[in-house]
Design a protein around this ligand. Sequence first.
Ligand code: TRP
Length: 337
Amino acid sequence: MDKNINSTEKKKVIFSGIQPSGNLTIGNYIGAVRNWIDLQNEYYCYFCVVDLHAITVRQVPADLRKRTKEVLAIYLAAGIDPEKNVMFVQSHVPAHAELAWVLNCYTMFGELSRMTQFKDKSRLHSDNINAGLFTYPVLMAADILLYQTDLVPTGQDQKQHIELARDIANRFNAVYSPTFVEPQPYIPKTTAKIMSLSDPTKKMSKSDFGGGSVGILDSRDDIIRKIKRAVTDSGSEVCYGEGKDGINNLLNIYTAFSGKTPEEAEKEFAGVGYGVFKEAVGETVADSLKEIQEKFKMYMDDKDFLDGLMEKNAEIAYSNARKTLSKVYRKVGFYHP
Ligand code: TRP
């Protein structure tokens, strides 16, 4: 295993993470995890399960614990190689919380007030607008900056947070001396955003407990049933078009899972009704997820392996993170004999 960050040829660093705040959806798979597989050879990658972020919204403790393991097992089952990447749980590496505190003092109230995700989430959780929700992007900046990350693969919705991380890095570097790499967002051009099945104008979300999202771990029957019930327009032609958000989304899901082009997909379903099309989409998704689900089960059944992997990787992450953290502590003037 070569996870020594100082090894001869220096690879660019990638950091990404998913919150264990709900069951991972096919949107997380297509939009994130599946793309990571292509990155693991070219880059030095950290793939994190960001549990500290998850508690900005109230979680059921037992569920959070269970999902944390599940997310890691999904990473593995999807093909992220534990020998090549640093896969770990955020709360296992105290440097994230430590750096976040320091960076809080280099982030402006006004900047955080402008974050659109904060505004959206405050609306959604108006009974619990806690300080963690407000400083969430600072913790995310800490995740990224701790590892001298060059590129952050995420969805479009996280771009503003990555820009903030850049601004914080810049500010710190300017006040002291170069300390942090300025990270860039890395948004895959080809991947379509997977939308909710119940409201195809909204992103599919793992905290949607209605029928709007398909879980990576959903049973075959559930997958097919949910896709059959997907909201579509009143037309009958299976093709991309304006005002056909539901069908556009199902076509995107179909092409993402079948590997076919949009043109091929339209041709394949020319002249058939929505019902037949939905059935085919459901079956394609269920067939494609079968292998991941089997591997997932295998990893979940091997508790010792998963626990060992978490521990080993947290150590690697911490030993890399500590270098940045001690630089920061020295620069701001903390006395450490
Ligand atoms: N905020 C990200 C999301 O909800 C998750 C996240 C936390 C993250 N820390 C990160 C993503 C660091 C990339 C890098 O999608």
